[in-house]
Design a binder for this molecule. Structure first.
Ligand SMILES: CC(C)(COP(=O)(O)OP(=O)(O)OC[C@H]1O[C@@H](n2cnc3c(N)ncnc32)[C@H](O)[C@@H]1OP(=O)(O)O)[C@@H](O)C(=O)NCCC(=O)NCCS
Length: 182
């Protein structure tokens, strides 16, 4: 178990997300993003994958779930024939009544540290607000302009980080999707 880092004068525990009942995680995601979240392109990118357990965390305060982060195995199949495994970061969700007090940053830093420990931090991507993920974590849209996704995306919100990010045209999708035919 991690030490409890202080946030705004309170003690938050970060635990592996598997230590929290899945229904609680889903309920928090519904509160943060709305129940229509399943139709988002990010869900199509990750497909039926299971969140990477070593990169996914729950923030607990006084026994209450107040935040989550999940990361997923995805890949870019470049038009050049190369397939690059990537980690998709997020969703990051903080309970609406706890937003703006550093919990999101705490969760993301924990996941980025875990990615570093796992040797996976060279190729990270996410769909999110550059005003947040660029400002605090150095994600940028510079390499992703020619990526094709299985749904609509605002290009400036398709962000990546790491020296293993392929700045090539290609299809982004689940890491274990069937090989392209034809
Ligand atoms: C986005 C989210 C994860 C951020 O976590 P948080 O704990 O609320 O935010 P933090 O305390 O880490 O960071 C707060 C700072 O980030 C800024 N910020 C928060 N969300 C932002 C966003 N979507 N875009 C730009 N800036 C944002 C705040 O203005 C604040 O800036 P300040 O310190 O200058 O006042 C959280 O608000 C949330 O769950 N939102 C709803 C779900 C969502 O939209 N998630 C994905 C975002 S792409």
């Amino acid at each position: 178990m991690n030490a409890s880092p202080p946030v705004a004068g309170i003690a938050i525990e970060l635990l592996p997300i598997g230590s929290v009942p899945a229904e609680q995680v889903e309920a928090l995601l519904d509160r943060a993003f709305g129940p229509e979240r399943h139709a988002r392109t990010a869900y199509k990118v990750r497909g039926d994958a299971i969140a990477l357990p070593q990169l996914s965390f729950a923030a607990i305060d006084g026994g209450m779930l107040i935040g989550t982060i999940q990361c997923w195995p995805v890949s870019l199949r470049g038009d050049d024939g190369a397939t690059t495994p990537l980690v998709m970061v997020g969703p990051v969700a903080v309970a609406p009544d706890r937003q703006g007090s550093g919990i999101g940053r705490l969760l993301i830093h924990r996941a980025l540290d875990a990615a570093q420990d796992a040797g996976l931090s060279h190729a990270l991507m996410l769909i999110g607000d550059p005003e947040y993920y660029g400002r605090f974590f150095g994600f940028a849209a510079t390499a992703t302009g020619d990526w094709r996704l299985p749904g609509p995306v605002e290009r400036h919100r398709l962000l990546a980080r790491g020296d293993g990010i392929p700045a090539v045209a290609g299809d982004l999708g689940p890491a274990d999707r069937p090989a392209r035919t034809g």
